[in-house]
Design a protein around this ligand. Structure first.
Ligand SMILES: [Zn+2]
Length: 329
C-alpha cells in the first residue's frame, strides 16, 4: 500500500507546528501553529490528536493512507525509541517514547527524530542544499542545533548523537559552561545567551562603550539583543562590532571542525541570526582560509536556510517517508 498523505509535527518549547502534505510532490495541504497550554506530554498529545482529527474529517483520510513524522528537541535514540539527552529547553521529553505514545493515541505510524536534524534533512532534500551531496546544517537560536545529511540520508551515528554540531567544543576545561553540561561548546558562544554574554564582555573591555550598547546589553531581552546587536554593529558601534566579530570567529572555529569531520559541500545556517548572515560570512571564511586543506573551504558554500518557516515539520514528514520506505522494502 503506498502512502498518500504525510503529517509533519514540529515541537518547539511551548508550541507545535503542524503540517499536512500530499506525498505526490510534497504539496502542503494544511498548516497550523498551536501553543501548548502547558509544556507536558498530555497537552502535546491532545494538541496533535485534535489536529489529526480535523484533517481526517476535512480530507477524508483513510487509516492506511497516512503516516507521520515528529521532530522534537533532544537526542532521539532510534535503538531505544526515547529521547535520551540534551533537551534543556524542553526537559519533559527526555525518557518519553513519544512516537510510540502518539502512534497508540492516533492509530498511525509515527517516526521520531531530533528537530534540528530533521530540519537539516528538509534543507538537504527540498531547500538550500538540494543540489549538493553532503549538507551540514546549523540552526542558531536559544540552542545551536545541527545535522549532517549525506546523499539524502541523515547521519545519526550509533545512538543518534552524530551531527550535534552545537556541542563541538573548543575548550572542554576552561571554556564557557554550556547547557549540555560540557564546557566550551559552540552553543555557549553562538546561541542566544552566548551572544548576549559576548556583548557584555566586549562592553566591559572598552574604556568608553556607547550608551546604546550598554542599554541593549542590560535590557534583559535576549532575543532583542541578538536582533539589535547586528543593527548597532552596522552603525559602527565598537562593542557590537567586536561581539559580531567574535561570533564570526567562533562559527569559523565550529565550521572548521565540521569541515574536517564531514567535508560538506554546503553549510546551511538557519535560525534567528540567519538574516544577518552577511555580517559574519566574511569573518567565517577568513577564519577557514587559515586551514592548510584548501580543498575543504575553496568551493564551500555558506548560505542561509531556504526553509526557515516550515523546515522542522517538512523534515519530519520527509524522514517519516524515508523510514516507512525502509520498513516495507
Ligand atoms: Zn554543549
Amino acid at each position: 500500500m503506498s502512502i498518500k498523505y504525510v503529517y509533519g509535527f514540529d515541537l518547539g518549547g511551548t508550541f507545535l507546528k503542524l503540517r499536512f502534505y500530499l506525498v505526490d510532490g510534497m504539496k502542503e495541504l494544511f498548516s497550523k501553529k498551536v501553543s501548548l497550554d502547558e509544556a507536558n506530554k498530555n497537552c502535546f498529545i491532545r494538541a496533535i490528536a485534535g489536529f489529526v482529527e480535523e484533517i481526517k474529517k476535512e480530507f477524508k483520510v483513510k487509516k492506511e493512507e497516512a503516516i507521520a513524522g515528529l521532530g522534537a528537541p533532544g537526542i532521539y535514540a532510534p535503538r531505544s525509541g526515547v529521547v535520551i539527552d540534551n533537551a534543556p529547553n524542553c526537559p519533559w521529553v527526555v525518557g518519553e517514547p513519544l512516537a510510540q505514545d502518539l502512534s497508540n493515541e492516533l492509530d498511525l505510524r509515527v517516526y521520531h527524530g531530533n528537530d534540528a536534524k530533521l530540519f537539516a534533512l528538509a534543507e538537504a532534500l527540498m531547500g538550500a542544499g538540494k543540489l549538493y551531496k553532503v549538507v551540514a546544517f546549523l540552526g542558531l537560536g536559544t540552542g545551536v542545533g545541527g545535522g549532517i545529511v549525506k546523499n539524502g540520508q541523515l547521519d545519526l551515528g550509533a545512538w543518534g548523537y552524530a551531527g550535534e554540531l552545537g556541542h563541538i567544543s573548543f575548550d572542554v576545561f576552561n571554556g564557557r559552561p554550556c547547557a549540555c553540561g560540557n564546557k566550551g561548546c559552540l552553543e555557549a558562544y553562538a546561541g542566544t545567551d552566548g551572544i548576549c554574554k559576548t556583548l557584555e564582555t566586549e562592553i566591559s573591555s572598552l574604556r568608553a562603550p556607547s550608551k546604546e550598547a550598554k542599554e541593549l546589553a542590560g535590557c534583559g531581552d535576549s532575543r532583542r539583543i541578538v536582533k539589535e546587536v547586528f543593527t548597532l554593529a552596522r552603525d559602527d558601534d565598537q562593542a557590537a562590532k567586536n561581539a559580531v566579530l567574535s561570533l564570526g570567529a567562533h562559527l569559523g572555529m565550529g565550521i572548521q571542525n565540521i569541515l574536517i569531520t564531514h567535508n560538506p559541500d554546503i553549510i546551511v545556517i538557519g535560525g534567528s541570526i540567519s538574516n544577518d548572515l552577511d555580517m559574519i560570512t566574511d569573518d567565517i571564511k577568513h577564519y577557514l582560509k587559515n586551514m592548510d586543506q584548501k580543498c575543504l573551504w575553496e568551493n564551500l558554500v555558506i548560505t542561509k536556510s531556504h526553509r526557515s518557516d516550515d523546515g522542522g515539520a517538512l523534515g519530519a514528514a520527509l524522514y517519516a517517508l524515508q523510514k516507512y520506505e525502509e520498513s516495507v522494502k
